[in-house]
Each structure stands twice: as C-alpha cells, then as structure tokens.
Design a protein around this ligand. Structure first.
Ligand code: SF4
Length: 281
C-alpha cells in the first residue's frame, strides 16, 4: 500500500455481522513464533494506520459470515493441493498455523467467533495486530503485536504505544527496524524492553525492506469491486528477495546488518521474513 490506503476505525464495521476479507492462501509463516510452519493466511480488509513502508494490499474485500469463511478456507485448501490434501491437513486438526492478518484485523467484529471456529480445525492460530485497537480473542490464539509509528507527511515521528489490554494479552512483540538514525524505527522503544522484562516474553525484530519499485502487480486493476477473493488470492502477491531490481540491496544489507547487531546487543530475536526468500506470498 505504501501509505496510500484510506484510514478507517472500528466504526467502519458497526452493524456488520460478517467480515471483510481481502484474500486467503496456503503458504508458510515467515515470521514470529511460528516462522517456518505451514500456514493458512486470511487477510482482513482495512487498516487504521497508513505506514509509508507498508507493502500489503488491504483496501478492498468480500464479505463473509464466519461459516461462509470457514467453508472458503477448506475449499481453498483442497484447491491448493490440487484435490489431494496431505494427511497433516486432513486430520481432525490441521497441523498448521492459521494466521489472521490484515490490514488491522482487530478493527472487525466477530473476530472471536471466527477464531473459535478456527481453533476447532487448526492446531495453532495467530492474530497479528498493530496494537492500537483491541477486541476479545480466544485464550489459545497467539497474539503477535507489531507496533508502528505515527507518521507525519509520510515520515515516521514516534512509536504509538499499544493499548494496555493489548500489551497484557500479547504473546510476543514484533518490530521492523531501519538503520536510518533519524528514524524512530532505528531503535526499540523503552516501554517494549520494560514489557519484556516484566512478562519474560519474546521480542522479534525484522530488518525493514527497501524497495526500488512497487512490488505488486496488484494495484488499480485489482482494487476495484469487480475482482473477487479467488482472483485477489491468486494474483501475483509474491515479493521475492531474489527478484532482480525489486529491492535496493545495498540499503537492505545495511538494514539487515544493523538489525542483527542491535539484536545481539539488546538480547532480542532476529527475525528474517522467510517467505521472501522462499518465493511465497
Ligand atoms: S499497521 Fe500494518 S497493515 Fe496497517 S498500514 Fe501499517 S504496516 Fe500496513
């Protein structure tokens, strides 16, 4: 999105019992506590922030009730495996992680109902949030909070502190890091270290990727009302670290090395976005 989305709050979803879904796809989880696991992703639409470096499309979607979405998930799994679902995904519980992402998924209603249904079918579930909005989720779902910065004129100014109930519930925090010393993304805020010391929970830190060009074929053509979830999920969403010319490799090297050293010096977990190296969405 690169900061061009229209910002919405929880009010946008008032009066709706269904969920606005951008896409759903089978992949592997690239980051955080389930990194490397086979994963089924559901991306929900809309966000209450517009981060200048955001590379995710989330502005448009289709509406699904929880039941309809679970049917859509199961039919997408069958399609992904070409009709033959491997045993690990066909048992009473699928041995994969279900990841509810966005946008900002906590904006929408019925998140708990959806995750309750998910937890009956998947061994693991995770929701990712920027921490500025909160809604109730099941106890067994892992909450990964990825704090972001307030931006002015497209430049980050300072970290937005997550809500108190979010920090209390968070299973881990996940930050992106830039080597640009003028950016608040060049360090982890003090409140995060205090949270880690108090809770004993983990902080993951990923180097920020710097792009030479917009990574998606998915833009105007795909952001109209005419495209449906199947096409949005199949459109070329893959951002590959190996695609020639896509990333500014010199800046990325600097960010990777800076972040690794920061992690060593501060006792944090270095977190590469593994899916980018695997050529997966
Ligand atoms: S909070 Fe996340 S999804 Fe929303 S604009 Fe920022 S990076 Fe993108």
């Amino acid at each position: 999105m690169f900061g061009k989305n229209s910002i919405v709050g929880q009010k946008f979803f008032n009066g709706r019992d269904d969920l606005m879904v951008v896409s759903r796809f089978m992949t592997l989880q690239g980051e955080g506590p389930y990194r490397g696991y086979p994963a089924f992703f559901v991306r929900l639409a809309k966000c209450n922030l517009a981060c200048s470096f955001c590379d995710t499309y989330f502005d448009n979607g289709d509406w699904f009730t929880v039941d309809e979405l679970m049917k859509e998930v199961n039919s997408a799994i069958v399609d992904h495996f070409g009709g033959f679902v491997p045993p690990y995904m066909a048992g009473e519980k699928k041995e994969a992680v279900f990841v509810l992402s966005g946008g900002e998924p906590m904006l929408q209603k019925n998140i708990k109902q959806l995750l309750d249904a998910v937890n009956k079918e998947f061994r693991y579930s995770q929701i990712e949030s920027n921490g500025t909005v909160f809604t109730e989720i099941p106890e067994e779902t892992c909450l990964v909070v990825s704090p972001k910065c307030l931006e002015k004129s497209g430049a980050p100014v300072r970290y937005l502190t997550p809500r108190a109930e979010t920090l209390e519930r968070a299973n881990c925090l996940k930050f992106v890091m830039s080597a640009d010393k003028d950016s608040p993304y060049s360090s982890i805020p003090e409140w995060a270290f205090e949270w880690r010391d108090k809770t004993g929970r983990q902080i993951f830190v990923s180097p920020m990727n710097i792009y030479n060009k917009f990574p998606r074929k998915f833009d105007e053509e795909y952001s109209t009302d005419n495209i449906k979830i199947g096409e949005r999920s199949n459109v070329d969403e893959v951002i590959s670290f190996w695609e020639e010319g896509l990333l500014d490799m010199k800046s990325n090297q600097i960010n990777h090395e800076y972040t690794a050293n920061y992690c060593v010096n501060n006792g944090l977990t270095y977190n590469l976005q593994q899916h980018l190296y695997a050529g997966l969405a």
